[in-house]
Ligand binder design. Structure first.
Ligand SMILES: [Zn+2]
Length: 243
């Protein structure tokens, strides 16, 4: 039987191994798309790295199913769940700093994270890869205390996104423009349950939208309102760092 491999130096077993998964009997098997993402990351980042140092590099954590990621308390949007991220540890004199620096300087990536540790060496290196087109080249540092937990070292390049995605991501400021009161509904539909009412001229924050509807937040209210009674404020929003 042929041994399943992710790449030349990563076996399927290494790519999916997790002590937590074994201990708690959590299934950790990538589907076809996740496996494909793993192979791409291995080819574009891990293997060039491995080749450069000529030493084995330990794979700490690669693919994590949603259930496993939840069990270990990983971020809800972890790229490990899509097979797009890997955690690595250097061996035989290859320090994690060397790995981090090499990737930063020589390779394409989506996010590169200096994971905890100190100024001299991270505890491990997290790197993700999406595609040459989508990679953001963000460099981050995870710190144990302080807020935010992830500090951005290099913001990387901006990726053009479809309009719809952008408008859903950014919250915008707006004002209610109505004669009497504006109904706030549970869902974006005329017959949906009314969960509140907002007075004219009240400021609201738009958090997402559907055709004809805005999902808004005001101090006491959150729900959906008809877009007909919402006046948008200027759209040059202050940009916030994004991970
Ligand atoms: Zn990671």
């Amino acid at each position: 039987m042929a041994v399943l491999k992710i790449s030349k130096n990563i076996s399927y077993k290494e790519g999916t191994h997790s002590n937590t998964a074994i201990r708690r009997r959590i299934k950790n098997e990538p589907n076809e798309a996740q496996l494909k993402a793993m192979k791409t990351l291995a080819k574009k980042v891990f293997e060039p790295l491995r080749e450069n140092f000529g030493e084995p590099i330990r794979v700490n954590s690669f693919f994590r199913s949603i259930a496993l990621n939840k069990a270990i308390g990983g971020s809800r949007t972890s790229q490990h769940c899509s097979g797009e991220a890997i955690d690595m540890d250097g061996m035989n004199g290859v320090t994690n700093k060397k790995i981090f620096d090499y990737i930063k300087k020589n390779l394409d990536f989506d996010q590169l994270i200096w994971e905890f540790g100190n100024d001299k060496n991270p505890d491990w290196v997290h790197v993700s890869y999406k595609s040459a087109k989508e990679n953001r080249k963000q460099v981050l540092k995870a710190v144990a205390d302080g807020n935010p937990v992830y500090q951005i070292i290099e913001a990387g390049k901006e990726i053009a996104q479809p309009e719809a995605v952008v408008s859903k991501k950014k919250s915008r400021k707006a004002v209610v423009a109505v004669k009497t009161v504006l109904n706030v509904r549970k869902k974006p539909a005329k017959d949906a349950k009314v969960v509140g009412q907002i007075k004219n001229a009240k400021k609201v924050k738009i958090i997402s939208e559907e055709p004809g509807w805005y999902q808004i937040k005001a101090d006491k209210h959150s729900g959906w309102v008809s877009a007909d009674y919402i006046k948008l404020k200027s759209t040059n929003s202050t940009s916030s760092p994004e991970q």
